[in-house]
Design a protein around this ligand. Sequence first.
Ligand SMILES: Cc1cc2nc3c(=O)[nH]c(=O)nc-3n(C[C@H](O)[C@H](O)[C@H](O)COP(=O)(O)O)c2cc1C
Length: 376
Amino acid sequence: MAADLTTTFTGIRFDNPFLLASAPPTESESNIMRAFEAGWGGVVTKTVGLHPVVNVKGPKTKFLRADAESYKLSMKRRPNTALHSSWNWELISDKTIDWWLPRIENIKKAYPNKVLIASIMAGSGNDKELHNWQELAKAVQERGADGIELNFSCPHMDRVDMGSNVGKDKVLCSVVTMAVKEVAKIPVWVKLTPATANIVEEAEASFRGGADAISSSNTFPSLPLIDLETLEFEMNVEGYVSSGGLGGPAILPLSLAKMSQLTRAFPDKAFSGIGGVATFEHALNYFLLGCGTVQVCTAAMLDSAIGPNVIKALNGGMAEFMERRGYANLEEFRGMRRDRIVPHSQIKRPDQLEYHGGYQDEAVEGYAKPEVPVTA
Ligand SMILES: Cc1cc2nc3c(=O)[nH]c(=O)nc-3n(C[C@H](O)[C@H](O)[C@H](O)COP(=O)(O)O)c2cc1C
């Protein structure tokens, strides 16, 4: 029997649980249509806003590669290297909402059974900006978007009231989500930044505002490296650089750590895993931690711009895995390894009886006796 890759996530039915993340692969109608033809279950559009967007001069994204035979890491193209990461300082879509709306409508008319999530962003801190979030949400849902993703996560916005600066503020996470939920008739996902002390707090605030799912991670704040010969940053404009976002293989373990915090804190909520996925083996990590869908950006950018081979390998790998293991659907293995992540003190020690969670065995005056670690 062929494996059933279909899934329902936040009430939306998907052919398969794989989406192109909000980024260059989903920045145009033709890319999105090609992506659906190639087999992606869904796309999250490049983020759309109402404010003017002007990107930096020169390249917006480059790829950092590692030499196989040495520790060299560089953005320079050279043989015998493996992809380490993507680095970008691209802003949200520089196309207006009026450019996007007829395209969203066309795409949904052409592919009614494929999922289109519209990523949106506005500012914060005043009623006008809250109203902008609502305007964007109403506009994309009227044109047929299946869901909305709120971008609280871009790490390098030129405006301080936007992107990850919203995602770093729990009150804003709640207030903006609530404002969008007031007008949304379709599911609302919130894409959080990984650049906070405890992502569980921003997720809690977003859920309190009514979020139907959390997507994580966006890229991690980072700098390009300095070239040994020129002493210039490998990416710069007239010598100057600013913090940008790291994506791709390097962030897979980092994003998984963020996701495991989220899925353990909210085992009954919906999560879309992002970060470093190129193969089914990578995606499986997110599913086993409890995610219901997985999104891909960097790997797709490097595969004919929309990842035709990546999605083929994701779908093929998942079907093969399910058939080999006898799973009928994703729900049968989703979250299976979520509870294997425990506090350090609960990892078994060689002499378990002598171990007291890193504390002395005797109680300190005025304090309770240390808890003996749980041993399974
Ligand atoms: C060039 C580039 C542009 C991006 N633009 C957006 C964006 O507009 N909105 C958004 O939510 N995320 C954006 N992202 C973040 C990706 O959607 C994704 O969260 C991140 O790249 C991690 O996934 P990856 O490791 O598969 O690349 C962008 C990433 C890159 C590399």
